[in-house]
Design a protein around this ligand. Structure first.
Ligand code: HEC
Length: 146
């Protein structure tokens, strides 16, 4: 949830990982004003597509057994949550990607999250909590004021 803090060359040296800047709580979906996230390959073809800019919900990425529901991103090129975190951990400034979201290129550099193993595991564990229907049907989540 917390924005990362970067040094002058795009290396995170404090703060959080900032996923919720684009995947906004409570549904962890769609900040309508995003650029792309650096995934610009087309599905089954050549060339690039820099127009996939709507951040999808992070709910139900995995099945109840913790396995991914399917390949992720518009071209399905990331198979595991580790792949996803690896992608965001090391954003590549690809030639021709004039639409990379500015939040992912601090000070003009592709962000380097420099996550520790413990942070990767904690992020995966958190993403796994966003699966299932409990949030919608268990009355304990119905009102923050009770
Ligand atoms: C700058 C905005 C932005 C930030 C920050 C961001 N994302 Fe995304 N995310 C996107 C966009 C845009 C897509 C859609 C990309 C596509 O389909 O090719 C996406 C797609 C995804 C998907 C694929 C979902 C699916 O069902 O295919 C996952 C998983 C994901 N992001 C996780 C994360 C995580 C974890 C973080 C934090 C480390 C994060 N995102 C940070 C914009 C962002």
């Amino acid at each position: 949830m917390t924005p990362p803090i970067f040094d002058a060359t795009g290396n995170r040296n404090a703060g959080g990982v900032g996923c919720a800047a684009c995947h906004a709580a409570p549904e962890f979906d769609i900040d309508p004003l995003t650029g792309n996230n650096g995934i610009i390959k087309v599905l089954n073809g050549t060339g690039i597509d820099i127009t996939n800019t709507r951040a999808p919900s992070l709910r139900d990425l995995v099945k109840l057994n913790g396995e991914p529901n399917g390949p992720m991103m518009h071209n399905g090129n990331l198979i595991t949550l580790q792949n996803v975190i690896g992608h965001y951990g090391n954003i590549n400034l690809a030639l021709g990607n004039t639409n990379l979201d500015p939040r992912l290129r601090p000070n003009g550099f592709g962000q380097q999250l420099n996550l520790s193993a413990a942070e990767v595991n904690a992020l995966i564990a958190f993403l796994k909590t966003l699966s299932g229907t409990n949030i919608y049907i268990d009355s304990k989540w119905s009102s923050p004021f009770k």
